[in-house]
Write a protein that binds this ligand. Sequence first.
Ligand SMILES: *Cc1c(COP(=O)(O)O)cnc(C)c1O
Length: 423
Amino acid sequence: MLMSLVERDLAVIWHPYTQMKTAQPPIPIVRGYGASLYAEDGREYIDAVSSWWVNIHGHAHPYIAQKVAEQIQKLEHVIFAGFTHEGAVQLAERLLQLLPSNQKKAFYTDDGSTAVEAAIKMCLQYWLNKGQQRTKILAFNNAYHGDTFGAMSVSGRSAFTAAFDSLLFDVEFIDLPDADNIEALKSQISELKSQISCFIFEPLVQGSAGMIMYEAEYLSQLMAHCQSEGILLIADEVFTGFGRTGKNFACDYVQVLPDIMCFSKGLTGGTMALGLTTCTQAIYDAFLSEDRMKTLFHGHSYTANPVACAAALASLDLFVGPSTQQNIDRIGAKHAAFAERIRDHRSIRSTRQIGTILAMEWETGNDTSYFSGLRDKLYHYFLDKGIILRPLGNVIYILPPYCISDTQLDYIYQSIGQALDEI
Ligand SMILES: *Cc1c(COP(=O)(O)O)cnc(C)c1O
């Protein structure tokens, strides 16, 4: 008996972030082109969430595909301790040029979570190597930095971490800064300053928390204050990097330079997994020693995989080309106009936007939990219209690949308008 792909999937696969008992069967996708994905039954889906926020130039981009194919026939992988290769070096050279001017060294990892793990270890061991006891970490309430244990520890406590909360290390959580609380936050930090090794934050947008946005002005103030207290700054740009917020990096909006930056998601244009942690010369230098114990003992089997580096280099070629910034600006302008149109709708509580990210908070009365029925209703409503949107609780957000067409964007807006009237 011939089994369908979905039946075979259900027999052997356990999906991420999915309650397998109640979930609808997965949709089998057979190919992608531009901002669209095509299912086994021929249906087209517009990928309005860039496949979990990773895709920036569109699916199955022929230029990236060609570069990946060339690389994999030449060198597929090599151990990165004691060896190096052209792609890893060139990618570091070119990226460091684009980053804030104090970023001097690149450390490769596998994905966003491991980029964060490496960043945390760098900071904790930085102080140890310098002979100082700074073991606490500062983070924002509702933060999300990944699903491995260190990354989970510095993320806000939530339903997603509940099963592990007692095992996560202690973190000092603070609110997002604004005009009203900025001075209180500074005092709070100053009281703990000699214990805090680093401050990790998602610059300007807390993605997983529901696309919560906050102002560059107050982030700058907070960063400057931490810096004056000797606290290292980790900017987690895993989500915000590579044009998402309208500029190359969210840190390009702030006045203060971070000590460490984390990247993944858009790094390879959404083609394959790769993580990167960059740091200042001062952090790097703190690990230079005759004493082997001062080494950063961290690495992954596939560190700096040449094929992933080739994908990232190809993505970077496209990223710095003229049409990418034009597309980012075009999407930003269209988002802003749509937000303006729906702002006063009775079903909209609020809208927020930066660059290519538009988030709309649905009016729900009092029920705002992630598990509310509204989320599932909206998710399936848009799937039926051939649009992939994954609401976070009552927040719907659009963050498309930058190549999405005006027609596709207008269709998404029109469908959201319909949902506002019908749901
Ligand atoms: C997605 C995300 C991560 C984790 O990245 P993975 O590649 O999923 O491990 C870390 N930080 C932020 C800000 C993210 O959005």
